[in-house]
Design a protein around this ligand. Structure first.
Ligand SMILES: Cc1cc2nc3c(=O)[nH]c(=O)nc-3n(C[C@H](O)[C@H](O)[C@H](O)COP(=O)(O)O)c2cc1C
Length: 179
């Protein structure tokens, strides 16, 4: 059976990069299933992720009637051979570092026994913020994995740290971490 990657997409301008990552993962034989945060839905509509991932998309509403009666956050967590958060906002990093579970993605990350890889993307000021830095360090110590961010042109037009990691490197790192 194909290894399964749960892709968490959060509300960053770099959302569209997740589509390229999903294509890259499928090309190397991994199956993908997308969980969007409510904010990510403001950037890209679920239908696009459905078409690219080959699976229906899970939106953040934990309280929607499930199909059948499996508890989606637990079943997703169990199905995952890897959870990849791409792009990862300062917000999701902070929530996971604090143990907050208030939507489908944070509950899935909390419940999984599989590796979790973050590909952060944010403005330089956010990335260099001491709390964000401390959250990343805390998660790294707890064996959560990170790739990037790198230096590049940010949404605001400046050349700075905070740009999402290259797609090829994210795919390679995901392949390496899949259980
Ligand atoms: C146009 C726009 C672009 C944004 N880009 C980013 C970003 O790249 N990184 C980030 O950490 N937050 C970014 N934000 C802020 C997040 O969307 C906001 O913190 C949101 O609450 C994140 O929710 P989520 O982590 O649940 O998806 C952006 C907001 C807007 C309006």
């Amino acid at each position: 059976m194909k290894k399964h990657v749960i892709i968490g997409v959060t509300g960053s301008i770099a959302c569209y990069k997740a589509l390229e990552v999903i294509r890259g993962l499928r090309k190397i034989g991994l199956s993908t299933e997308v969980v969007l945060t409510k904010e990510a839905e403001e950037f890209i509509r679920p239908i696009l992720f459905q078409a690219i991932s080959g699976n229906s998309v899970i939106t953040s509403d934990l309280f929607k009637s499930p199909e059948g009666w499996d508890m989606a956050h637990v079943s997703l967590a169990d199905k995952a051979d890897l959870v990849l958060v791409v792009p990862a906002t300062a917000n999701i990093i902070g929530k996971v570092a604090s143990g907050i579970c208030d939507d489908m993605l944070t509950c899935t990350i909390c419940a999984t026994q599989s590796p979790v890889l973050f590909a952060p993307a944010m403005n330089e000021g956010m990335y260099k913020n001491k709390i964000v830095e401390a959250n990343i360090q805390k998660l790294k110590k707890l064996d959560y994995k990170f790739t990037g961010p790198i230096k590049g042109t940010l949404a605001c037009g400046s050349e700075a740290i905070g740009h999402i990691q290259d797609v090829e490197i994210i795919v390679k790192e995901a392949r390496r971490l899949v259980k």
